[in-house]
Design a protein around this ligand. Structure first.
Ligand SMILES: [Zn+2]
Ligand SMILES: [Zn+2]
Length: 664
């Protein structure tokens, strides 16, 4: 008999030993059905041994070995092992989380599909070139193409409209011609249809596996199996696609690498971007991180020589230039109804010329506050420490943190005043104002309320690209990756609120958002214009934006981070606690901070309540750990997470977040 060491989906760090016949061909990476408690479960074999620390008489036997899906490779298991250890989650749970649910269930896998969309890998890949690359694109393709077959991380820093996708496509064509696979990660599900269409156009006979969290379970299982069997040469997906086994991986692309949605915010809190670099390293292939506004971490890695920088400094369409960016000084220009006169004039000019305008306000709903002027009452959520947002389309108050829905009160619940006033503006109110000013214009509002379904957003954006809509009013859903040829004006309304945030990442994010949203304009011959309403026109962030100077902005941010002792100059982790009483969460964190001797190289800060302390009826607090040494922080976290009491035992739920990026 041999001993199989099996990873099971349980919230403990250990592996479980089972017996199997010596003659069985079972090996590491096989899925097995094993008895566990009163039930049977599917686990993954991680190791084979001839001994166990448990007495052999007490070991149970494997029920059966599953061979309906490819055996998981050693390199895949190594990736999962690294992620589990780095992000401090049990190994079995991490393995299970990386597999589609169907592969963890006792039900047999669905029947194998006969070549579904596109051909199979034996068909010679056919690449349908659309554009000829310009010299910068050609240079990028040549440099990265020369590295195929070995691990090398690249930052492809291309301004908006510089044709990064064309570079990806041509590199992928080279990889496919060698019979290898390409993994392409995008931040948002909303971006996959547009990119998918470009890929299908470029590779008409190639099977493309699309993977994201909004897929039906059976579609996800099929796509996963196509990728794992090596039958899909191209895998396009959101962060979870990085966990797919790929037997012949030849290149990894992370598009819009700066995007915060690459970081998972529950369970295994991994960075899809960082996991992609690890994946490329294990596979021995290049990884391309593409963006117009790199994350400071990635920029820092370039400066340190760990990543190679390749720039695309010009727009791909001949004659297209970056838009002119100007600030509109709200201290001088009054903004009636939230729109200053220069902004209104610019929109009027575009309407007269038959060009599109985009009004960007990163706040959905009608007004962020409903308040009583006579007593100062404001509508708040009973379950969160947050205001309720007034929504005009259905006359409701909504909580944007827990989803609570309430009718608009007829009178002030505190003093009886019937004259309740909406304060501030969201997309719906700006849409209303613009509709009153320009009744003849076609106004399209694009936010999460107007486009609840994924394909609805894709359809609307496609329509905008064909010239539908004269004025677009929208949130950052509009900022990412889309190509709107007839758009020549972008107006940014509430940038200042992000500027005043206490989060040290807010300037970096604001710069990225504004550069991206501004980049939607002027992508053809007519020049684009970006107007930013602000009370701080002299702010260095706006000055850098006006000069299109990402590098200068990044240098000044890095200097600030270095002097303040923030990442990427130090490494961080957060311990977060949730309880029904804030004091219980705070007491847990205070006790946690005293639990072990903390080495000098690691600093633990005092626990603090979250800015939005209560969310959906739960009180939340956190403490931050910092260290200049990543290994020192990792060593301490390993000991610490083993010593902390189980979440279930104290009424306090806790988790660790390594390299956290959200603190609200
Ligand atoms: Zn009142
Ligand atoms: Zn709420």
């Amino acid at each position: 008999m041999k001993v199989l060491r099996v990873a099971l989906d349980v919230p403990v760090a250990k592996l479980f030993d089972y017996l199997i016949d010596d003659a069985s061909p079972a090996a590491s990476g096989d899925r097995v059905v094993v008895p566990f408690g009163a039930r049977q479960r599917v686990g993954v074999v991680v190791e084979i041994s001839d001994a166990s620390s448990v007495a052999v008489s007490r070991l149970k036997s494997v029920v059966r070995v599953l061979d309906d899906a490819p055996r998981l490779s050693a390199s895949w298991l190594e990736q999962i092992r690294f992620l589990s250890s780095y992000y401090q989650r049990p190994f079995g749970e991490t393995v299970a989380g990386a597999l589609p649910a169907r592969l963890r269930s006792l039900k047999p896998l669905p029947k194998r599909r006969k070549s579904a969309a596109g051909g199979t890998s034996d068909a010679a890949p056919h690449f349908a070139a659309v554009h000829d690359p310009n010299p910068a694109q050609a240079g990028a393709i040549e440099r990265i193409g020369a590295a195929l077959g070995s691990f090398r991380p690249y930052l492809l820093h291309g301004i908006t409209g510089s044709g990064k996708t064309e570079v990806y496509l041509r590199l992928i064509a080279q990889v496919l011609s060698k019979g290898m696979q390409a993994l392409v990660l995008v931040p948002e599900i909303g971006l996959t249809p547009q990119l998918e269409a470009r890929f299908r156009q470029a590779f008409p006979d190639t099977r493309i596996a699309v993977l994201h969290s909004a897929l039906e379970e059976s579609a996800r299982t099929h796509a996963w199996l196509d990728a794992a069997r090596g039958e899909a040469p191209v895998i396009l997906g959101t962060r979870l696609a990085v966990l797919t086994p790929l037997p012949r991986l030849g290149i990894v692309v992370v598009d819009e690498e700066h995007d915060a949605s690459f970081k998972q915010q529950e369970g295994l809190r991994y960075s899809g971007r960082d996991a992609a670099v690890l994946r490329a390293k294990l596979a021995g292939c290049p990884v391309v991180l593409g963006t117009a506004t790199p994350s400071l971490e990635t920029w820092f890695n370039c400066r340190a020589g760990r990543y190679e920088l390749i720039s695309l400094p010009e727009r791909a369409v001949p004659g297209a230039r970056l838009p002119t960016v100007r600030t509109v000084d709200l201290r001088i220009e009054s903004a009636e109804h939230g729109l200053a006169k220069p902004v209104l004039d610019a929109i009027r000019t575009r309407l007269a010329r038959g060009e599109q305008s985009l009004v960007f306000i990163n706040r959905r709903g009608y007004a962020p506050v409903l308040s009583c002027e006579s007593c100062g009452w404001a509508a708040g959520c009973t379950r969160c420490s947050a205001r309720l947002v007034l929504h005009a389309t259905d006359r409701k108050l909504r909580c944007h943190h827990c989803g609570a829905l309430e009718p608009v009160p007829r009178e002030c619940p505190s003093c009886g005043n019937v004259d309740l006033r909406p304060l501030g503006r969201g997309t719906q109110r700006i849409e209303e104002t613009l509709a009153a000013l320009h009744p003849e214009a076609r106004i399209l509002r694009i936010d999460r309320d107007s486009t609840r379904k994924r394909d609805e957003l894709a359809r609307t954006l496609e329509g905008v690209g064909r010239g539908e809509g004269d004025i677009l009013v929208g949130t950052q859903l509009l900022a990412k990756g889309h190509d709107f040829p007839n758009l020549s004006l972008v107006c940014v309304l509430n940038a200042d609120s992000a500027l005043l945030s206490t989060d040290y990442r807010s300037a970096e994010r604001l710069f990225a958002t504004l550069a991206q949203v501004g980049g939607r304009s002027g992508r053809r011959e007519q020049p684009g214009e970006v107007l930013v309403q602000t009370r701080y026109p002299g702010h260095p962030m706006f000055q850098a934006l006006i000069r299109h100077d990402y590098a200068g902005f990044a240098e000044s941010q890095l200097a600030e981070r270095e002097s303040a002792g923030f990442p990427p100059y130090v490494h961080e982790a957060a311990l977060r606690a949730e309880a029904t009483r804030l004091e219980a969460a705070m007491a847990f964190l205070r006790a946690a901070a005293r639990l072990l001797d903390v080495p000098d190289s690691v600093q633990i800060y005092d626990p603090v309540p979250h800015v939005i302390t209560r969310r959906a009826g739960v009180e939340r607090a956190q403490l931050i750990l910092q260290s200049a040494s990543r290994p020192a922080l990792q060593d301490f976290l390993r000991l610490w997470s083993a010593a902390l009491p189980a979440s279930t035992s104290s009424g306090v739920r806790w988790h660790l977040d390594v390299d956290p990026i959200e603190f609200d």
